[in-house]
Design a protein around this ligand. Structure first.
Ligand SMILES: C[S@@+](CC[C@H](N)C(=O)[O-])C[C@H]1O[C@@H](n2cnc3c(N)ncnc32)[C@H](O)[C@@H]1O
Length: 369
């Protein structure tokens, strides 16, 4: 790609990105991808089904996405559109429709208007700039937004669930596994299906586990309990915890509270399976650095490198046994440090130089299979 083409990519990808996003949102809002699932359709038919007043606008919007391979347009009959693998992903038959709609939500645009201010002040200005005490507050006031978020998370999980489950190998001695912040329990429910001797707990906030709409969404399995609570207070006792996309939502300080609560409730020889991104400074993926900025502006949180993960876990009396980089987000297996000289109450006086020295001698095993 020439330098000019790279510059044009920046212009159309970033400088005009908000326009692309609005166009894509319109496609998703009117479920246009769904309408092509049963076979090709002329734009006039699509326009009529949706109820647009000017069918040529519909044509121009759909045509815009042809170079991006979201739709195909027939070369024989102009205006006849058909599905592509990408449009199927964003349709009722795919796994990205909810995620796409979630990211296009109005208040996400508005939270990002204060990104320059966050940089200037060196402090998160996102949710507070639109009158929220935190990103999570919006879930309490808007039930449909909350449902969209949890459906989006489920869609996202379903992209990797089979591989993830194949990598979560549970000891035969484990009796209880808790999915911390497990949403509606899709992952833990599926994990129980392949582990007949395990009992599972899906642990999440009261308004996720017990609200009237959520109850229909909670995954049903005879060995699965849905328990509500707040991981900043305590977590149910278990032999094993799964934390999928939890710690990246929180600052180090908040993560320490969560991990200390888990440390107290984890039974001897227990394990944590942490499914979260591990930033690799020698090979940043677009997904990882994008999410890092999202975390900064939504939650005052971050994605972490392996050294940052090490430091965080060690502060709370844990160590990383292995990191599986063949899956994204990566899977870290973590256990308690069996040492009596770690003072969990002394986390705030943590000395990073000492830990870095220790790290050099005790890097985990990296698995990439
Ligand atoms: C990013 S979502 C991840 C959901 C799920 N683990 C997944 O990967 O699909 C974070 C989850 O943490 C839950 N959560 C947030 N604050 C919590 C708290 N204080 N106690 C328990 N769960 C909490 C949210 O309700 C949400 O389900």
């Amino acid at each position: 790609m020439s330098d000019w083409d790279k510059t044009m990519d920046l212009l159309f990808g970033f400088v005009t990105g908000h326009i692309h996003s609005r166009m894509f949102e319109t496609i998703l809002k009117f479920s246009i991808c769904d309408l092509l699932e049963d076979g090709p359709k002329h734009y006039s038919e699509i326009s009529k089904i949706i109820g647009f007043k000017n069918e040529s606008y519909c044509y121009r919007l759909m045509r815009y996405f042809v170079p991006y391979k979201l739709f195909n347009e027939s070369v024989v009959q102009v205006g006849l559109f058909s599905k592509t693998p990408s449009s199927t992903q964003f349709s009722k038959n795919g796994t990205l429709k909810n995620l796409g709609r979630f990211h296009c939500q109005d208040h996400h645009y508005r939270i990002f208007e204060s990104l320059p201010k966050t940089l200037e002040m060196g402090k998160n200005q996102g949710p507070s700039s639109i009158g929220l005490s935190s990103f999570w507050e919006h879930f309490e006031t808007d039930e449909s937004y909350k449902q969209l978020f949890h459906n989006a998370m489920k869609d996202y999980t379903s992209l990797i669930i089979d591989r993830l489950i194949s990598k979560i190998s549970l000891s035969p001695n484990f009796k209880t596994v808790v999915d911390i912040g497990g949403s509606h329990g899709f992952l833990i429910g599926k994990l129980l299906e392949s582990n007949p001797n395990i009992h599972g707990i899906n642990f999440d906030l009261e308004n996720i586990i017990n609200s009237s709409t959520s109850k229909n969404e909670n995954f049903q399995h005879p060995r699965l309990k849905h328990v509500s609570g707040d991981f900043f207070n305590s977590v149910p006792e278990a032999d094993c915890y799964i934390l999928k996309y939890i710690l990246h939502d929180w600052s180090d300080e908040k993560c320490i509270t969560i991990l200390n609560n888990i440390h107290k409730s984890l039974k001897p020889n227990g394990k944590l399976f942490i499914n979260d991104l591990v930033l690799d400074p020698s090979n940043y993926t677009k997904e990882a650095v994008f999410k890092d900025i999202l975390m900064m502006q939504y939650f005052d949180a971050k994605e972490r490198s392996i050294n940052e993960w090490h430091q965080l876990f060690e502060k709370c009396g844990f160590k990383i046994d292995s990191v599986d980089t063949s899956i994204s987000p990566q899977l870290m297996i973590v256990s308690k440090i069996n040492s009596s000289n770690i003072n969990l109450n002394d986390c705030t006086n943590f000395n990073s130089e000492i830990v870095e020295e220790k790290l050099k001698n005790s890097l985990p095993q990296f698995v990439n299979c």
